[in-house]
Design a protein around this ligand. Structure first.
Ligand code: MG
Length: 382
């Protein structure tokens, strides 16, 4: 993308706030393209393929993993970025990195690690994603981490508690945590990735939930956003009543398109109204990337449905309870016997943090193997 096609409020790579360790430019790539490439080549990125989104990795080959989820977020984000003349490369980099800090077993793993780390500074996956790209990837001679640009790091740190923000700002006053104290927004590209994340998981969790047999199209029909598009598809193609998969895919396709169109139209209007002078001015305004109030409300309703019908489904909660137990037992085992971890983790000055980093980096199946090796027990049937 040439900078000439960027809107004036887009993040212009030529005006990046730069990297923590200064590096020579690498033409023809700009700084945000280079960030994206570093993320794709990282070890943490490859691990996403064996990390759970909602379903445990061994439950089926067709379910989303963190990797396919991240690719879907990047696809949706890039489509909208192009239409809005935002920085597509920055959007792609943030999207591909946004879940790098996720533990094995999705939110269940994070909840367990958070409980284990309660007295040791806590654990939060957004913060961990930043930690992965800032410190835990060890591959470059001159620095730890990937030494990404400010804008990519800002997008990765999507949430941050006040306590963590204060701690981060102490060591990096102008860093990406500063906005949580100032109460300002991240770049428009970061705002776009947040919305793309929600669009992606709402749609693919429906698909995965139906495939798993945990939610039914009849249940979904009562959710206005889904029901509306399902009826529209059936009006155009009545024969699809007998082809449930085709009907589901076409419904989800239309649901996603409608969301992208709504997001682009609503955000275009908000940008036209506020006319930010540049990317920094946009950070001082309310979030300008947004859905219309009507679609926002419908999305919230869909989310509530997924929460109660899918994420709280007894079959899901049963495997998440086992996952929490596994992570807690791994934490206890490594804390009691640090030498069971690789030497660089065992030797770290802050043992609880090192154990959390080690466990957070694991794939679902590696966590299961380690748990079996250390406890002699298997919590999941193979
Ligand atoms: Mg995500």
């Amino acid at each position: 993308m040439t900078a000439g096609t960027l809107a004036r409020w887009a993040s212009d790579p030529r005006r990046s706030r730069g990297r923590r360790v200064a590096e020579a430019p690498a033409p023809p790539r700009n700084d945000h393209q280079r960030d994206r490439d570093r993320i794709v080549h990282s070890t943490a990125f490859r691990r996403l393929v064996y990390k759970t989104q909602v379903f445990i990795n061994h439950e089926g080959d067709l379910f989303r993993t963190r990797l396919t989820h991240s690719l879907e977020v990047a696809q949706l984000g890039r489509s909208a970025a192009r239409a809005l003349q935002l920085n597509e490369d920055l959007v792609e980099g943030i999207a591909l990195a946004h879940d790098l800090g996720h533990t094995p077993f999705g939110h269940a793993g994070q909840d367990a690690l958070q409980a284990c780390m309660a007295a040791h500074g806590g654990f939060e996956h957004n913060l961990q994603s930043l930690r992965v790209v800032d410190a835990l990837e060890i591959r470059y001679p001159a620095f730890d981490g990937l030494n990404l640009s400010f804008e990519t790091r800002e997008g990765i740190l999507k949430h941050c508690s006040a306590r963590n923000a204060e701690r981060l700002v102490e060591s990096e006053p102008d860093g990406p945590a500063q906005r949580f104290i100032a109460g300002t927004q991240p770049s428009l590209e970061a705002q776009l990735v947040n919305l793309s994340d929600a669009m992606a998981y709402n749609a693919h969790d429906i698909d995965d939930g139906v495939r798993a047999g945990l939610i039914t199209p009849a249940q979904l029909d009562a959710v206005p956003l889904f029901g509306h598009w399902r009826r529209a598809v059936l009006a155009d193609f009545p024969a699809l009543d007998a082809q449930p998969k085709r009907l589901l895919f076409e419904t989800l396709r239309r649901l996603l398109s409608a969301q992208i169109h709504d997001l682009v139209a609503t955000s275009t209007a908000a940008l036209a109204e506020h006319q930010p002078a540049d990317a920094d001015a946009a950070r001082q305004l309310p979030p300008l990337l947004r859905f219309s109030p009507a679609l926002h409300a419908q999305n919230a309703e869909l989310k509530r449905f997924l929460f109660s019908a899918l994420y709280r489904h007894p079959q899901v909660t049963q495997s998440t309870a086992l996952a929490r137990q596994m992570v807690a037992e791994l934490y206890a085992a490594y804390t009691a016997a640090p030498a069971e971890m690789p030497a660089d983790f065992a030797a770290a000055a802050d043992l609880p943090r090192s154990v959390a980093d080690y466990i957070a980096g694991m794939t679902d199946r590696y966590a299961q193997r380690e748990h079996h090796r250390l406890t002699g027990r298997r919590l999941f049937a193979d």
